[in-house]
Write a protein that binds this ligand. Structure first.
Ligand code: URA
Length: 221
């Protein structure tokens, strides 16, 4: 057996890594899967003790983004609620369970297969809306997250996320289903729809939300 065949056989047996046959995409210089995960880990480590805004005084922990950094779509919500603050993961409460169901229904994907984050990474007391000052203080963290992931589309869940990202006032009922250029990278589009918590309070809007997600699916297909 020649060297090449031997190496191939070892790879089949799962011994490739021992013999230096690491998958190409794991090489940091080639921009593979491990790279984005590693970059995100480093990024998150850099602000886990953040005190840029008063929300740090009330939080249990900073809630980082979660999911697949290779997803063509990044869902962006408002800010963690009580359950997210306790578990350290975005959208794990009632609104999150609804969002997971819709992602499965419309995209046929599990939530781990897409990427989910918030414009504000710390829980506002009593689940109030984050203030514009809190959103601005947190924005560089989201921006870096988006720079690393570089998705095709950022899907803003609700006006707070959309306003934080686009830097202008928005009415979701007027602009839902539309896309806008992402101000910091011309390759990325910004899409707007309702916040899942709004649909839980207004179940009749579920059809509109489904319609928006179907449009989003067309954009990333
Ligand atoms: N609502 C949000 O906007 N984000 C979460 O993580 C949970 C609820």
């Amino acid at each position: 057996m020649g060297v090449e065949e031997t190496l191939k056989a070892l790879k089949v047996l799962g011994l490739g890594e021992i013999y230096g046959l690491k998958r190409r995409e794991e090489s940091p210089r080639r921009g593979g899967e491990k790279d984005k995960r590693r970059l995100l880990e480093e990024h998150f480590r850099s602000f886990r003790d953040c005190t840029r805004c008063p929300l740090h005084k009330h939080r249990t922990q900073v809630v980082f983004g979660d999911g697949n950094p290779y997803s063509p779509v990044v869902f962006v919500g408002e800010a963690p609620g009580e359950e997210e603050d306790a578990q350290g993961k975005p959208f794990v409460g009632r609104a999150g369970r609804y969002l997971n169901r819709k992602i499965q229904e419309v995209f046929g994907l599990r939530r781990e297969e897409v990427y989910i984050t918030n414009v504000c990474k710390c829980r506002p007391p009593g689940n109030r809306k984050p203030t514009p000052a809190e959103i601005s203080a947190c924005f560089p963290y989201l921006k870096r997250e988006i720079d690393i992931i570089e998705p095709k589309v950022i899907c803003c869940l609700g006006a707070t996320a959309g306003e934080g990202i686009l830097g202008k006032k928005l009415s979701v009922t007027k602009v839902r289903g539309q896309t806008f250029p992402y101000p910091y990278n011309p390759k990325i589009r910004v899409f707007l729809t309702y916040h899942p918590a709004y649909i839980l309070r207004n179940p009749r809007a579920d059809g509109d939300f489904t319609e928006d997600l179907e449009r989003l699916r067309e954009l990333i297909d």
